[in-house]
Design a binder for this molecule. Structure first.
Ligand SMILES: [Zn+2]
Length: 189
């Protein structure tokens, strides 16, 4: 059975048997919290469980590396929507040890793309158009630095209200243990 069929079949039963009822909540996060975290599959359930969060408690924004790379990118826009439309008061950037974005190397990724049939001419066309693919496809060396950088982009954003707390943490992808990198409770804005 294809994955698509498998999931649709499960979903049919899930809805029919009313299994969704335990998840019913509204769109405003109960803890007034938005989290930026990594898409790593190990944290699908682990992250909310390790933080004691249940359905409806928080907004969860995910990408590769838990990165806020640009003040005008979609992650920052999601954070602003969460604040202004969903009554969010605190932001947590939660990166993790052993992240795929750690030591991600642009040239290696470009080689992988070539191996999957992406033509050199496409790559050089983009580079000629001024897109720095190597930088765009390169991750970070230290997760703590990446978290501090993302926290700073959020904190210094000109559209961020002064009363919003921004925290930075690292989660262990096996044990779920959190380590604080930036404690927004201790920073006066
Ligand atoms: Zn990751």
């Amino acid at each position: 059975m294809s994955l698509m069929k498998e999931i649709l079949s499960f979903n049919g039963d899930f809805v029919k048997q009313g299994e969704y009822k335990e998840f019913v909540t509204d769109k405003y996060p109960e803890k007034h919290l938005a989290i930026v975290s990594c898409m790593d599959a190990r944290m699908l359930d682990l992250l909310p469980r390790a933080l004691g969060l249940k359905n409806g408690d928080a907004k969860l924004i995910k990408n590769a590396g838990a990165l806020v790379t640009h003040p005008w990118g979609s992650v920052m826009r999601s954070i602003l929507v969460a604040i202004y439309e969903m009554k969010v008061k605190e932001i947590m950037v939660i990166g993790h040890h052993d992240c795929g974005m750690q030591r991600l190397h642009g040239p290696d990724l470009l080689d992988q793309m070539r191996a999957h049939g992406i033509k050199d001419e496409n790559i050089s066309m983009l580079e000629n158009a001024g897109i720095d693919l190597n930088t765009w496809l390169t991750g970070f060396a230290h997760v703590e630095d990446a978290i501090r950088h993302s926290v700073n982009i959020i904190r210094k954003h000109p559209l961020l209200p002064a009363d919003i707390k921004v925290h930075g943490l690292v989660i262990h992808p096996t044990t779920g243990k959190l380590t604080t990198i930036v404690n927004g409770d201790e920073i006066s804005s």
